[in-house]
Design a protein around this ligand. Structure first.
Ligand code: MN
Length: 241
């Protein structure tokens, strides 16, 4: 059986010599490989009218972490900590989330990826959790902590794909984000929540695999429930073939 090809989104950051450089944390690739998939960089310059054709070359899509989504896309409150807005990445990832939702293509969203899913389907974000969510825990645990630092707990909701996949009803997770879901998109179900009431997991129930998590399972290679998320994703992508 051939390994399912997974399109992995990537950011193009401007370097000091003013050239753009494609950057991705290696852990996204290794997590997919370990789960039995073939990770491939998704062509981020794909025009929207070519999206269906390009996506047909993949069995699943991974929306990775990264900088902030343009707050104008969800009528978000302007905030000085909003950084790294990239309109090209926003538009291709939002189009991907909608296309995969409509066409039942397996999609996993991590951190920014969960936020993209929510915005694509009509939800909104806090543009800075510490300033906008009263009683918020410390969610932006960077750069002072390691990426695998277990910052807070999440409660996992019963009768969701996430609880079936992880076998857990709560777990400790890492936390590398300063934004988060404010209003949940109408078609999404909350699957995980931190003790301060922030939504940290979402899914589209009537879909083989369409799931987002606010934490970074790829940075927790020794955590069986976290690696089970990648295994379930690759399994869904394999079945779609
Ligand atoms: Mn968090």
């Amino acid at each position: 059986m051939t390994k399912p090809r997974i399109g992995v989104t990537i950011s193009a950051d401007e370097t000091r010599d003013r050239t753009k450089e494609l950057r991705l944390k290696e852990a996204y690739f290794s997590s997919i490989e370990k789960a039995g998939g073939e990770p491939v960089v998704f062509p981020m310059d794909t025009p929207v009218e070519k999206l269906a054709e390009v996506v047909s070359g993949f069995r699943g899509i991974l929306l990775t972490g990264g900088a902030d989504i343009n707050p104008e896309l969800f009528h978000g409150e302007p905030h000085p900590k909003v950084y790294g807005v990239d309109p090209t990445r926003d538009s291709i990832e939002i189009a991907l989330a909608n296309y995969c939702a409509d066409n039942k293509i397996p999609l996993l969203g991590i951190c920014r990826g969960l936020q993209v899913i929510n915005v694509a389907l009509g939800g909104t974000l806090y543009t800075d959790i510490s300033d906008q969510l009263p009683g918020a825990l410390k969610h932006p645990c960077y750069p002072d902590y390691a990426r695998d630092y277990l910052a807070h707990n999440v409660m996992i909701k019963v009768n969701t794909h996430l609880t079936a996949i992880t076998g857990q009803n709560q777990m400790k997770v890492n936390s590398l984000h300063h934004q988060g879901i404010k209003d949940l998109a109408p078609d999404l179900t909350m699957s995980a929540m931190s003790p301060d009431g922030l939504i940290e997991g979402v899914e589209f129930m009537f879909h083989p695999f369409f799931l987002g998590v606010q934490w970074h399972p790829e940075c927790l290679p020794d955590s069986a429930p976290n690696q089970a998320i990648f295994s379930a994703f690759i399994r869904a992508a394999t079945l779609e073939e």
